[in-house]
Write a protein that binds this ligand. Sequence first.
Ligand SMILES: Cc1cc2nc3c(=O)[nH]c(=O)nc-3n(C[C@H](O)[C@H](O)[C@H](O)COP(=O)(O)OP(=O)(O)OC[C@H]3O[C@@H](n4cnc5c(N)ncnc54)[C@H](O)[C@@H]3O)c2cc1C
Length: 414
Amino acid sequence: MARTDVMVLGAGIVGTSTALQLAKRGLSVALIDRRGPGEETSYGNAGVIGGAGVYPMAFPNDFRALLGIAFKRSPLANYHLMFLPKVAPWLLAFRAASKPEKLVETARIMRPLLACALGEHEVLLRESGAERYLHKDGWISIHRSDRGLAALEPELELGATLGVRARKLDAEAARALEPSLNPVFRHAIHWPDIASVSNPLAVTRAYAARFAALGGVVVKGDARSLHRADGSWRVETGEGPVDAGQAVIALGPWAPDVLEPLGIRLPLAVKRGYHRHFRPRGNAGLTRPVVDPENGYALAPMEQGIRLTTGAEFADRDAPPTPVQIERVMPAAENLFPLGKPVEEQPWLGSRPCFADSRPVVGRAPGRPGLWLCYGHGHYGLTLGPITGRLIAEMMTGATPVMDPAPFSAERFG
Ligand SMILES: Cc1cc2nc3c(=O)[nH]c(=O)nc-3n(C[C@H](O)[C@H](O)[C@H](O)COP(=O)(O)OP(=O)(O)OC[C@H]3O[C@@H](n4cnc5c(N)ncnc54)[C@H](O)[C@@H]3O)c2cc1C
């Protein structure tokens, strides 16, 4: 029987960062996962640190875009028909949260977290000896039409008031930054304050190694065995039971598997997403991620190759992969950048854990003393892992939190 101050369940970027932040504050911590750190959703993202822009991801408000999605022609989203009734309440809530005034409200609420995100990663990367993965060249969004750029104007205006820098470029200026891009777009925006990492898995592993160096224990175990025993939280692991006074649920898309049996039902959905690596043709290359929002994909330079990532797929988390979005985006992606042969046989599939209001839950679990929640980071889990880990570690140790945690409380769902 092992006993620690805290057990953190889930060793994605969120749980690993949380465990590290707690260990840095002197607590004894067990980090428990059924796999190795960073091997699930946190493996496959686009590596962008800083959020995609100013607004959160939104439900499409354009009838043509919706029609394209409905008829399964659009690369922006895909869905499994049989899953729609199950996800319908969540989609309605997401649509309500995508009204222009709500997007502004969410952007303002999320800004303090996003503004601190890179700084917090830099601290952990330095302490973990993993700075080589960090690239501070910003990222570029390309816009093929004047309409595409015009649609971004309200977001850019809000960004200017919130201190988010965005440089408008024409195609020639963008190609001066990324010469391998073909001039198939009219406009681009360079977001200079956004950073990226060239291997998200290696970053999570480096944070886990740093955690272990501080005395933290990484254990294989099934979080679904969480229960109360002798006044503590207990989980069965490959190395016997682990007991702790406090437990943090950082299971990302799997959090409901543990919380629902405990009577905690928060409205989480998953937006599945795919990636595939390609070798660049000839001497082509990218120095920073590039997103083509009108066509629903990003291209990110990774150690494994150019990683092409897709938008949202609404389907059961555990349903077999249906990577049609990769096929749908390929013509636009190949026309923008000289993609060569794919690296893997099959695309990778991951599930973004999303609340409809695009905010994570960070704080106490309602009605369960000693149980804490840190999940639902949606499109920005890589970005927000270290800063939300810090926020919850400060709350758990009674320190003054780096920002007001109230907007991220589970109580907002009533
Ligand atoms: C295609 C794509 C692109 C993305 N791009 C970006 C980006 O550029 N920037 C960004 O910031 N974010 C991005 N994201 C989002 C980001 O990847 C996620 O928000 C983040 O990885 C979630 O991290 P997590 O730690 O909450 O979840 P995970 O990484 O999924 O970790 C959860 C852990 O729980 C473990 N687990 C599950 N069940 C059990 C159990 N029963 N017992 C024990 N352990 C269990 C799993 O093994 C896993 O390790 C992207 C996501 C996708 C899919």
